[in-house]
Design a binder for this molecule. Structure first.
Ligand code: DAH
Length: 361
């Protein structure tokens, strides 16, 4: 090959190198020029057949081309490498000044009723109460009879109670109608039938009544409390409920009023009002719960000796005190499963109420 051709080859190759647009392109040029079957390598292979003089001069010339091409390849590759890295960095750039995304733990919300139950559980746990539970579908016997609510009692009438079509077998073995429990009080019965005093429990849960307007929904929540031992009395109940109200409403002093009332399962019975100062509205009373000394007949109905054991109980509307504490205006909205409502009134999963850390902070 003549020197002119070598010069043309060099120009051609350098041109290809200069116009290679990316790393893949530059690699193609390299293989085509310097690879085993590349154009420069093939020229090198012709040296062996040349006369010694020719080989010397031609060899030197090819080597020069090879060096130039190889240097040009390296330089272009370095440039393209840099450009590729810069492009990648630009494409994958993270803006570290953006605010942290909440993620699933921060995105979800705890329903105010669940939050308030956790608050109440925390307060009563501190006073030595355990949490008890019972089923939503309850026998007529546990929901009413054993609580000293005889068959002719108004609470039993169809307009209040959801009866199930199929009767079942009661705890004591006889065929009995099933109801959706109308209150959490049957958990008192279950607890007294299943464990020996001393008993100190709270029992939260869903309850059902055929009722629906701005302040009533067919399903709502109650929390029941029960203390049974040999000596506990009305004074203990007053103290516990007062301590509960102070901790729950996060105030040092709370005004409370115990109004005489009637429940078939307690004697004497009372309804408790709290001074609305506790929620920043002085001058009004808010009814928050019913309570009383457990009726001796109820104690006997659970197989315990009423001569030996005595105690007290209370029942509180969970939804109602949630609305009072957190200023929620309409009960029905609580159960509409509207995400906008939940985002507004709900709590972060990190907001675990504790006595030490605060109930609602
Ligand atoms: N079970 C009653 C209701 O649903 C509330 C209640 C009142 C529960 C007095 C009690 C109590 O334990 O002692 O209206």
């Amino acid at each position: 090959m003549a020197g002119a051709d070598l010069g043309a080859l060099e120009t051609e190759l350098l041109g290809e190198i200069a116009s290679a647009a990316d790393l893949a392109g530059i690699e193609q040029v390299r293989v085509a020029a310097l690879g085993k079957k590349g154009r420069v390598s093939e020229l090198m292979a012709t040296l062996g057949k040349m006369a010694p003089d020719e080989r010397k001069s031609f060899g030197a010339a090819i080597n020069q081309v090879k060096t130039k091409v190889s240097d040009a390849l390296d330089a272009r590759k370095a440039l393209l490498d840099k450009a590729a890295t810069a492009a990648k960095l630009a494409a994958e750039r993270a803006d570290v000044t953006l605010p942290v995304r909440p993620g699933p733990m921060g995105e979800g919300r705890i329903h105010p009723v669940s939050q308030v139950f956790d608050e109440i559980a925390e307060i009563f746990a501190d006073m030595g109460f355990r949490i008890a539970e019972g089923p939503d579908i309850e026998t007529d016997d546990l929901n009413f009879t054993r609580l000293n609510i005889p068959p002719e009692h108004p609470a039993r009438q169809m307009h209040d109670t959801f009866y199930l079509k199929t009767p079942g077998t009661s705890l004591t073995g006889e065929k009995a109608p099933f109801v959706l429990r109308t209150h959490t009080s049957p958990v008192q019965i279950r607890t007294m039938m299943n464990q020996k005093p001393p008993i100190r429990i709270i029992a939260p849960g869903r309850v059902y009544r055929m009722d629906s307007d701005a302040t009533h929904t067919p399903m709502f929540h109650q929390i029941e409390g029960l203390v049974i031992d040999e000596t506990t009395h009305f004074g203990h109940m007053k103290w516990c409920l007062e301590e509960f109200c102070k901790a729950f409403f996060e105030v040092d002093q709370v005004k409370m009023r115990f109004r005489a009332s009637h429940f078939p399962f307690t004697e004497p019975s009372a309804e408790v009002d709290v001074g609305a100062e506790a929620i920043g509205k002085p001058g009004q009373w808010l009814e928050i719960l019913g309570c009383g000394m457990v009726h001796p007949k109820v104690i006997a109905n659970c197989g315990l000796d009423p001569e030996k054991y005595q105690g007290w109980a209370f029942g509180m509307g969970l939804d109602r005190i949630t609305m009072l504490k957190y200023g929620i205006p309409d009960l029905r909205d609580m159960f509409n499963a509207d995400l906008r409502w939940l985002r507004h009134y709900g709590f972060s999963a990190f907001d675990v109420p504790t006595l030490a850390g605060g109930m609602s902070t």
